[in-house]
Write a protein that binds this ligand. Sequence first.
Ligand code: G3P
Ligand code: MG
Length: 252
Amino acid sequence: MSTTTLPPWPYPRWIAHRGAGKLAPENTLAAFRLGAQHGWRMFECDAKLSADGVLFLLHDATLERTSNGQGAAAGLTLGQLAQLDAGSWHSRAYAGEGLPTLEALARFCLANGYQLNVEIKPHPGQEEATGRAVGELLARIWPASATAPLLSSFKSAALAGARATAPQLPRALLVDQWAPADADLHSAQQLGCQAMVLNHALWDAARVALVHGAGLRCLSYTVNDEWAAKRLLDLGTDGIITDRVDLFSPAA
Ligand code: G3P
Ligand code: MG
């Protein structure tokens, strides 16, 4: 295997999932602050579009698990989303934490020199629009002098949307199951991706060689065990997304 054709990769190896994993309410600004306090310098988040076209952070399609809201998040305006308490479900210390906008998180990262991985997590049917909006926002506010945010998605249409509005921002295709005939690698190449982010169990030496050989970086989610991280490092992969900001050293 040769990695000499791989493009530069300016990101740290370690990425904190949803801010600080499970130590703080996921995708809240408090979570990203806590991750930073643990020494982490790159953060993954999940971004969706509100009904009035503002990008905000939420993982699930529904509100119950991570807020005091009920039902589907799709269809709510930012004003309605801003009424929600996204912290009390986790613990009393975080009561009243709101669902942040993607712009608020981006500005927090920019102000502190942190790197950002925005997972485009669209409501069904809004794949391309959400990707376009993420690209438009980050192309507008992220200075060319700062390391570019990495845009990722399980949805090809979302990455195509991001490419349409921000072709200069690096993209990564997320994959949970490896499809026959390396179809996901071909999709990633067609989308001009710089990386693939796989469910970590999908990586083996042959697949790392295949993806590196195609000129793409190899990242993994969500890696919470030391044995799994060691396996991925031994395989020569390039990045690890983890909840365990309290277990791993992000400088390693
Ligand atoms: O972006 C990596 C990872 O977050 C993808 O899965 O479900 O945790 O958003 P999920
Ligand atoms: Mg995610």
